[in-house]
Structure formats: structure tokens, C-alpha cells
Write a protein that binds this ligand. Structure first.
Ligand SMILES: [Zn+2]
Length: 149
């Protein structure tokens, strides 16, 4: 058991996922059908996810893995450094599993503190990818708000 687990859902980092964005993620997962959809979660450094950028799944076996197109990520990183949209994290779907990070997700993750959205059917969960965590020592679930005002 980890001695100290950082609380991703602390008041300092509330994640807001508006219903419109969540619906878009559900639609992306549905469209990808038996394959995993994937892409970027963009928004504001205050934790509000405003939009997504869908990527082609570059993995050789997209039914079981996902790989975001590197050029998409590079372009988004450049934009963020110029003061543009903030990269909050990544999303992908689990066509047959649960909305919980797999051992493969943990192994391939950077542990960079970004948010991972995982979609499975009508379930969508957010996870903080760190150097420790409750799931595979890499992920801690984040409780998010829909941000309805
Ligand atoms: Zn996964």
C-alpha cells in the first residue's frame, strides 16, 4: 500500500466535464464501435474541459490498444506553449471492458499527471495518471463535475 496517495480530486484541481463534451465522447466511442477511439482533452488550466480533438487510432490492433497520432499531440503541445488551449489529458474507449485503466494502459502511460478519460458503453470515468495511484500504481479516479451553471 502506498504511504501517500495524492488526491487528484482535491479542491485545487477540480475537473469540469460539461455534458456536451461528455456526449461527444460517448458518440466517438459509439462510432469507433469494436475499436478503441482516442484523442485529446483540451480546455483551460483551471481544469475545465472545453473540447476534444479526435485522433485516428494508430495502434496496429485498435480493438485492444490505442495510440494517438503523434503529430496531433505535437501540434497541441506547441499551441499550449504559445498560450493556446491547455492539454488536460487524453481519452480512449474500452469497447468490451470497463471504464477502468488496464495494465497495458498503466504500462504505456507517462505518469505525467494528466487526466485520462475512459469510455465504456454509457460509463465514463476520469483518472489521474501519476507515478502512483490506486489502479496499477498509476491511476487514481477523479470525481468530476458537469459544470452546469
Ligand atoms: Zn485502455
Amino acid at each position: 500500500m502506498a504511504a501517500s496517495v495524492s488526491r487528484a480530486d482535491s479542491p485545487a484541481s477540480p475537473i469540469v466535464l460539461p455534458e456536451t463534451v461528455r456526449d461527444t465522447l460517448f458518440a466517438e466511442a459509439e462510432k469507433a464501435d469494436a475499436e478503441e477511439c482516442c484523442g485529446l482533452l483540451l480546455g483551460h488550466s483551471n481544469g475545465r474541459i472545453d473540447e476534444i480533438i479526435a485522433s485516428t487510432n494508430m495502434a496496429s490492433n485498435p480493438a485492444q490498444r490505442f495510440e494517438i497520432a503523434p503529430e496531433l499531440l505535437i501540434a497541441a503541445e506547441k499551441e499550449m506553449r504559445r498560450g493556446g488551449r491547455y492539454i488536460i489529458g487524453y481519452y480512449h474507449s474500452h469497447p468490451t471492458g470497463e471504464a477502468i485503466p488496464s495494465a497495458t494502459d498503466a504500462r504505456l502511460s507517462a505518469g505525467d499527471g494528466r487526466v485520462w478519460a475512459i469510455i465504456a458503453g454509457r460509463d465514463l470515468r476520469l483518472w489521474r495518471n501519476g507515478k502512483d495511484g490506486d489502479v496499477h500504481d498509476r491511476f487514481t479516479e477523479i470525481h468530476y463535475r458537469s459544470g452546469k451553471s
